[in-house]
Design a protein around this ligand. Structure first.
Ligand SMILES: Nc1nc2c(ncn2[C@@H]2O[C@H](COP(=O)(O)OP(=O)(O)OP(=O)(O)O)[C@@H](O)[C@H]2O)c(=O)[nH]1
Ligand SMILES: C[C@H](OP(=O)(O)O)C(=O)O
Length: 223
């Protein structure tokens, strides 16, 4: 299945600005992208990165065959427009998946649950009501991202008479947006993933305190 991976390449992850410098945010966003692309390729799909600016996929620290299987298109339109330009328009067209580049915990198995859902539209919502990943197999469905897009997308599916399945997935539901989310990367990231390795290179580590865990750096709390 063709899997569109939108990527904001220029000033990514601004909500992490209290804990990461611009250069670190850029490196961390690319590390998460590398992990997402690897999970998609290992699940047997072809990632099509849609980036707001040119990007060297071969420079991502990911196995060569992953970079080779991925394609890149530069499209500087806003997210919703860039994605809608790539959704199926004809009956009988192949389904298209859209997987965000900040799903650092994504695994092939989690993606499999999404791509095998038997509905016109399958959505893996994020905590807080975003649409972290979806599959569209209906010619009239169009996305409208930001805000409570999961509920908006349910409404759009209802309006056009499309069947919808919600995919209940911790790994696809965890988009990494805010400092507190870094804990999830350090706890649940896998040994071979780039994103937790990059955070550790930056000096982040887990610290247990009063029954909860925080991601701390250089001894001080950040999340
Ligand atoms: N192609 C494209 N991708 C985008 C755009 N905005 C966000 N993305 C990507 O869409 C996904 C979800 O992005 P968000 O978490 O909403 O935004 P972000 O830029 O990553 O982070 P913030 O700056 O903290 O909002 C990520 O994979 C982004 O890289 C855009 O305008 N165009
Ligand atoms: C892409 C967008 O992300 P958010 O702005 O909720 O992080 C959404 O899921 O609608």
């Amino acid at each position: 299945m063709r899997v569109v991976v939108p990527f904001a390449a220029e000033t990514p992850k601004t909500r992490l600005e209290s804990v990461l410098s611009p250069a670190e945010r850029s490196a961390f966003a690319r590390a998460m992208l590398a992990d997402v692309l690897r999970a998609i390729v290992r699940a047997g799909h072809e990632p099509a990165v849609v980036s707001t600016a040119p990007l060297d996929l071969a420079a991502l620290e990911t196995p060569g065959e992953v970079a080779a299987a991925a394609s890149l298109t530069v499209d500087d339109r806003p997210l919703t427009e860039a994605v809608n330009a790539r959704l199926p328009t004809d009956d009988g067209a192949d389904p298209v998946a859209v997987v965000m580049a900040d799903l650092a915990l994504a695994t092939p198995d989690a993606l499999e649950a999404l791509t095998t859902a038997a509905a016109d539209v399958a959505i893996a919502p994020g905590r807080g009501g975003g649409t972290n990943a979806l599959v569209v197999d209906h010619p009239a469905f169009r996305v409208d991202y930001h805000g409570l897009s999961y509920l908006d997308h349910r409404g759009i599916a209802r309006e056009i008479g499309a069947t919808l399945e919600t995919v209940d997935s911790f790994r696809l539901g965890s988009d990494i947006d805010e400092p507190a989310d870094l804990v999830e990367v350090l706890v649940h990231g896998r040994e071979s993933d780039r994103a937790p390795a990059v955070l550790r290179e930056f000096g982040f580590e887990l610290e247990r305190r009063d029954g909860r865990v925080a991601a701390v750096r250089d001894g001080g709390p950040t999340a």
